[in-house]
Design a protein around this ligand. Sequence first.
Ligand code: GDP
Length: 341
Amino acid sequence: LGPRWLPVPPAAVMDSIIIQERLVEKLLSPRTQAQRSHPAKLKDHEKQYVGFATLPNQVHRKSVKKGFDFTLMVAGESGLGKSTLVNSLFLTDLYKDRKLLNAEERINQTVEIVKHTVDIEEKGVKLKLTIVDTPGFGDAVNNTECWKPITDYIDQQFEQYFRDESGLNRKNIQDNRVHCCLYFISPFGHGLRPVDVEFMKALHEKVNIVPLIAKADCLIPSEIRKLKERIREEIDKFGIKVYQFPECDSDEDEEFKQQDRELKESAPFAVIGSNTVVEAKGQRVRGRLYPWGIVEVENQAHCDFVKLRNMLIRTHMHDLKDVTCDVHYENYRAQCIQQMT
Ligand code: GDP
């Protein structure tokens, strides 16, 4: 998968790649290498340092060796393009064996939880990615409490982690906690539907919810703007706590601050997915071919797909994990301990 992660990096992403590459260069620069070498071999100018400036390098090397994991949940009515978007995000085909049910089978359908795990590697960095899918959500005639199997699943993962943490072998705990939930909102309505509100209210204190407007190519730009505004207002009105992007540090450069502002203003992201590669202006791009033109998934003028991917993978993956651990899991743990005492 490695080199195919970002086939055509757009300009905004290029800058972030350059900054990251500079950082890697810095970390691996001859001076840093020397700092890592045996103290006896230190050059004169390095002898004046105690050496704790190498601590970040030590952490970096250790965590690269260990590898990373990330668990992403996708939820929303069936047919909103969840599988297509996940495949577009990770350039893989995770749904080869999916069996689609007919209308009759779906009348009394219960929500299932299906897990797909892939190991991906990029520039020597390993990521174990788990996608938790929720087929059947919102599909039955009676959708009362259809989010219950999902909240139960999230609680079970917390419970398992709590048990493992209190057990003897705490060194090799497998972390299956859900770090982020992409919630797909239909582009065809006039804002949130009751089931969207109830789902998010049931989950917002357990997981980082990132709401998305699905199939954004069905709307024109002014309709997307209006729908985004409406969803933001309703999220406020119903007291739903979706994932909040952390504040940007004041010492960041102006360009980074601008990107951060744009990211926050774009929420909820309007996304488009596609499993096919089409030719647009002489270039092969992931997109959707219509009789009247091509919608490019990675074109920022067409949708917020690149913003979502950058946020999930390049900029906020660690924060999503931190918030899961420090806020959602801590709440669960505090409740457990309270009940026990
Ligand atoms: P899921 O049931 O939510 O996983 O939805 P699928 O990914 O299976 O997609 C359902 C249908 O919608 C398929 O025919 C897809 O080709 C189509 N689809 C997926 N993403 C988009 C999109 O962004 N825009 C449009 N117009 N159609 C899409």
